[in-house]
Design a binder for this molecule. Sequence first.
Ligand code: NAX
Length: 327
Amino acid sequence: MTSPVTLTLSGAAGQIGYALLFRVASGEMFGPDTPVRLRMLEVEGALGAAAGVALELQDVASPLLLDVDVTADPVRAFDGVDVALLVGARPRTAGMERADLLRANGAIFGPQGRAINEHAGDGVRVLVVGNPANTNALITQQHAHDVPASRFTALTRLDHNRAVAQVALQAGVRTDEVRRVAIWGNHSRTQYPDLRHAVVGGRPALEVLPAAWVEGEFIETVAQRGAAIIAARGASSVASTATAIIDQVRLRREGVPAGDWTSTGLVSDGSYGVPEGLVCSFPVTARDAAWEVVPDLHLDAFSRARIDASVAELEQERDGVRALGLI
Ligand code: NAX
């Protein structure tokens, strides 16, 4: 057994939490030899439900779960945390104004950022899943100034997986024959799923797939997939999100297979002209358990316009939280 990882999950009584935690207990996230100390963070009103999930986790009898703590106190939840998964967020409800939504999320992610800043383990990594994920990650990061900005990410691996799957279906190949897909921008409808550098069955994707599909239906399908799932299932994406979270944590720790990329929202260092400080999705690889933006990709006019549109939305969201004094 290697040394234990302390994992904190906010929103632990929610749907994604329920789909994720049992897979963590079975070793899918950190491997079969890494024990986990689990901190389940919830709001007061959901502590009973979270405690019920903790009882079920006991009943799995996993040798990997060293201890499980259920709390509504972010300070206790993030004490010594190595990997923080921020899933709990305030969803938009009918009649809610955008500013109210941002304010409600600011009230969640600001204090969580401060608790991470003060109490997290030295090597903490933070993955924000709760929507609006990029801007919630920005709020968290802005309240945790002592933690390097490179430690904060927003989940776009689900969009990445959706893009890979659509290409494989369209080309009639297995998903592991699809490489170098990229998701740029915001985890929203403006995101840009990019196949300009992708490889399908060893050949450039643009030679294999019709340009009209690549620039039209493909982008729409990936960007609208969340809405399509809700329309079909009557509920949002849950199990596929849990898979994407596991992929994201695992790939950072173990590395991305040679010749391939993944995508994640990262605090921009100015790469590809994305304003510094915005949490924007980029194609990335991982080295020494840290994300690295894939360098030197040529962006043609189509890609540039798509990326700029999504970045403009991220800037609007950032300006919105700034105007409300949330960052
Ligand atoms: P649920 O509503 O089932 O669960 C959310 C849980 O978070 C609830 O139990 C709630 O009590 C808890 N919570 C709320 N505020 C909290 C706080 N301050 N501290 C701790 N816990 C808190 O939603 P679920 O289906 O699990 O989805 C969670 C979030 O993931 C949503 O914001 C959703 O929009 C987002 N998603 C993000 C995706 C991505 O790719 N980035 C895809 C899937 C998903 O839509």
